[in-house]
Design a protein around this ligand. Structure first.
Ligand SMILES: [Zn+2]
Length: 343
């Protein structure tokens, strides 16, 4: 089986992986043939980062086809040919929470493409609770956004946003735009901010009214939009390329700042403005626990995914494109998410 791995020199390389495929459903494990995988700027950051381990398969989200059929006596509820979304995280199974069967609190949640092999490979071995059967009404490309939507839902849950509140989002990549659309859906008021004119115009096309680019004075604009109150809650995306000091400056006294996505980059800044305002911080890394809600959001067409930045490439062309993107990667550049056709 072929898979694209991050090799020691930070280059995405196609290699032969050992066959994991197990068609016998032994111990509840079955094989999924990948149909599409998603590459985001998070993967580009992973490639450039010396901090993480090497020689693992990249790919943050993926959908595929079940290749195993259950026998008559099995409790397996899926069948050969079913289209499934493979959840990109696994509870560790060993911490105190996992052992007490409170897996949503797992102290050492493993993330695909970071802690174990991601989805840029031909087959993935799964257990039934690691996949979700996809409703027929969901397109393959929309299904690739389940992880992004569930992450956005976790951000909103942790902020405990109320109707009518102003929420600043620093970063207008697909995650930022999806978060803004969900906030609108839940009747609060998103203000999205980014240095890239392309990302800001995309946010406007996706129906986000307050979308501010680098040509604006963000502090005075947010002051005006909120009638002097500033943002009740702020979302800071670590891939945004914007200094986190703006999250402090744009937040109201006592506001909560949600810091999302993992980045190995060190930040050196004064916490003085955050202390003066007595801000709260929460960190969100995955969409763990919100997969089903994310699927319902897509089925009910609660948000518009049709205009998001998504480019499609073939599995064999991954190396050339992704290595060249990672080479010149700058957070202020406009880079689409990439849907990889695996067949
Ligand atoms: Zn655990």
């Amino acid at each position: 089986m072929k898979g694209w791995v991050k090799s020691e020199n930070g280059i995405l390389t196609l290699i032969d992986l050992p066959e994991e495929q197990d068609s016998t459903l032994k111990d509840g494990v079955f094989s999924v043939k990948m149909l599409k995988s998603l590459i985001t700027t998070d993967d580009l950051l992973e490639l450039k980062d010396d901090f993480n381990r090497d020689n693992y398969v990249l790919g943050t989200a993926g959908i595929g086809i079940v290749t195993t059929d259950a026998d008559e006596n099995s409790v397996f509820s899926l069948k050969k040919g079913d289209k499934v979304y493979v959840k990109p995280f696994k509870a560790c199974g060993e911490c105190i929470y996992c052992k007490s069967n409170v897996k949503n609190k797992c102290a050492d949640l493993k993330v695909a493409g970071e802690d174990y092999d991601g989805f840029l490979k031909e087959f993935v071995d799964c257990t039934e609770n690691e996949v979700v059967l996809l409703p027929e009404s969901i397109t393959d490309n929309d299904a690739l956004f389940i992880q992004t939507i569930s992450l956005a839902l976790n951000i909103i849950d942790r902020l405990n946003v109320q109707k009518g509140e102003h929420v600043v989002i620093l970063g207008a990549n697909n995650l930022g735009i999806i978060t803004a659309q969900l906030l609108k859906y839940y009747q609060s008021i998103p203000i999205i901010i980014d240095n890239s004119p392309e990302r800001i115009s995309l946010a406007k096309e996706c129906g986000i009214y307050y979308a501010l680019c680098k040509d604006k004075d963000w502090v005075s604009e947010v002051n005006e939009i909120t009638s002097g109150r500033m943002a009740s809650q702020t979302v800071y995306l670590q891939s945004s390329g914007i200094s986190i000091k703006y999250a402090f400056m744009l937040s109201a006294v006592g506001a909560t700042i949600a810091i999302a996505q993992s980045s190995p980059k060190a930040t050196l800044l004064s916490l003085y403005p955050a202390t003066k305002k007595e801000l709260n911080f929460v960190f969100i890394n995955t969409g763990y626990g919100n997969t089903s809600t994310a699927i319902n959001i897509i089925v009910n067409k609660a948000i518009d995914l049709s205009k998001l930045a998504l480019k499609t490439i073939n599995f064999n062309d991954c190396g050339e494109l992704i290595n060249s993107l990672a080479e010149k990667f700058n957070e202020n550049d406009f880079i689409s998410d990439i849907a990889v056709d695996m067949i």
